[in-house]
Design a binder for this molecule. Sequence first.
Ligand code: PLP
Length: 372
Amino acid sequence: MDTPERIPWVRPRFEPDDGLMAELRECLESGQVTNDGPRVARLEEALARYLGAPDAVTVSSGAMALLLSASALGGGGRAILPAFTYIATLAALVHAGFEPVFCDVDPARWTLDPGHLEELLARVAGVTLVVPVNAYGVPPDLDALHALARGHGARVLYDDAHGLGSELRGRRHHEAGAVRCLSLHATKVLPAVEGGLVVAAAPDLLARLRRLRSHGLDVPLERSVPGFNARLDELRATLAMHGLERFDATLDRRRAYGARLRAAIAATGGIFVNQLHPPDVRSNFANLPLHVPAPGPGGVDAVAARFLAAGIQTRRYFHPPLHHLEAFRGASLPVTERLCRGMLCLPLHARMEEPVLERLEAAVAAVAEALP
Ligand SMILES: *Cc1c(COP(=O)(O)O)cnc(C)c1O
């Protein structure tokens, strides 16, 4: 028998058709390929409408969305973030002059723990920013976190790189917090190849971000400030727009695949554990994580090796937790510690064929069964 094709843990999809290719061609022929062209403007309008937000600013990546936002909020001081996130969250804060303070996550939801946040805010001086993170499509309890931050005079920068299309209390956008940053990276739910998005309620902040992404240039030029080159270009805006036009159907599929894989995980009777999807949350299934509370000898790497032997690539994500980075050691975060020891993401793509889904379901059952 042929060995079945390896299923990668992420698989970017652009669904190129004649319409998309014609638009890319037209864009190239027009000569207007970047610098605030019409396609970027159209995409920003469409994304704001989709989210139900007044305005949205595109940038060159999710990481730059975070860096520009943190720089625009400015002021320095300490920023509280989970260690259970991607390194880009930390990098943006550090480059914008904040000192990071790591907070633990909720043991079931895997997002910033309001209880530990409250304790840190009471104990740590000089906190000016709180940075919750959407984990795999599940938003944190933003209202609770925002209330705590506000009570201590800190602002909220929401790292929602995973979260486009996820819903909290029936809405795709919550005003709670100062700034929300999303990613349009190839591995996220709406790929522009590389790209990011910032949504905020304050028009002056968004205007500032539009200047910062274009070298800080202002009118008159003497008013310019040192900025960045962090623009999205017209070609990538075209790709994202094409994806956005199909995004509802993409999310329907992701949710259907995700529900099946979560059922397979639930059926392992606690050998693998699902992330909690609270009743007021609707995930966009950016990823399909599972936790292995007792991976046995060889740890979770041995579990990953068993999946790989079945032709299934998994990823330890997020790993390592940021408080394990040599330069940032010291925090004691028992929940993060435990989670990261057993966290794996299964493949979940925008489009998966039935035989692939069946292989994944069968592998979840078989790998769980085979664990000591
Ligand atoms: C992907 C990701 C980012 C960075 O987004 P890019 O578009 O890849 O720069 C930031 N934070 C989190 C949690 C992410 O997963």
